[in-house]
Design a protein around this ligand. Structure first.
Ligand code: URA
Length: 244
């Protein structure tokens, strides 16, 4: 919500008064004086007008989970256990999944109450890579590497898949890196090259690896560093000065 709107929702404060308060430097967001009335303020920020707290900040939560096979990527389901069922009642309140893994797929899945963070991860524009280990029914052919890189036409979505990286690891094993997440995408791509996925395990999102000590079915809060690893690309190498 825009800062001036948030202020006008405060008792007895009209629009003109909100603007005057902003111009006078009486408004602080997370302790910093802000004069920009257009500033988007989410519910995780503390907003103060003089000594009065206009908005109490909500705690942003970021969880990492190792999804086991058989769990649905959903918040609730009348029949099947879901990823959210791994988390007990008060803890799971307000959380949503950042993307999905098929019921049989395993590995890294994230949960949060911060919709802006999950949007950043899921938006294809941001090119956050998601890495999967795949086992296939038939040998992975060299031609598939080019086909994945060129993309496939998915008529149901009326769209081409973005270039995907396929690395052959063994006769029937491969690593796939996607920068988007279409429904059953990897399974559908392998079907297009005449193969079939037997198992699928996500090992990485952005620069965050599935921790080795997180067993299937376990979850924990993420560290602030891990939260940044998901959305922030690796810093590019500092340029070396060509002059002595
Ligand atoms: N692609 C799939 O086909 N399934 C998943 O769970 C993830 C990516």
């Amino acid at each position: 919500m825009k800062l001036d709107r948030l202020l006008t929702r405060h008792r007895r404060m009209g629009r003109a008064a909100a603007r005057r308060a902003l111009a006078a430097g009486r408004v602080r967001v997370d302790g910093v004086v802000v004069r920009d009335r257009e500033l988007e303020v989410d519910r995780f920020r503390e907003v103060m007008l003089d000594q009065a707290r206009i908005q109490e900040p909500e705690r942003a939560r970021y969880l990492i989970c190792h999804k086991s096979a058989g769990l649905l990527s959903a918040t609730s389901d009348p029949v099947h256990r879901t990823v959210l069922d791994l988390i007990d009642a008060p803890e799971r309140e307000g959380l949503h999944l950042v993307g999905r893994l098929d019921r049989a797929s395993t590995g890294l899945i994230l949960l949060t109450n911060d919709g802006r963070w999950s949007k950043r991860i899921l938006s294809a524009e941001n090119k956050v890579p998601k890495v999967y280990l795949v086992e296939t029914a038939a040998p992975v052919m060299e031609e598939a590497v080019t086909a994945f890189a060129q993309g496939f036409w998915f008529p149901t979505e009326n769209a081409f898949t973005l270039p995907a990286q396929l690395e052959i690891l063994g006769e029937r094993t491969a690593r796939v890196t996607l920068e988007e997440g279409r429904h059953h995408q990897i399974k559908r791509m392998f079907r297009r090259v005449g193969n079939r996925v037997i198992s699928l395990h996500r090992v990485r999102i952005g620069r965050l690896d599935l921790p080795e000590d997180l067993q299937a079915g376990q979850w924990r809060e993420m560290t602030p560093e891990e939260v940044l690893l998901v959305t922030h690309p690796a810093p590019s190498h500092p340029r070396t000065c060509p002059f002595p």
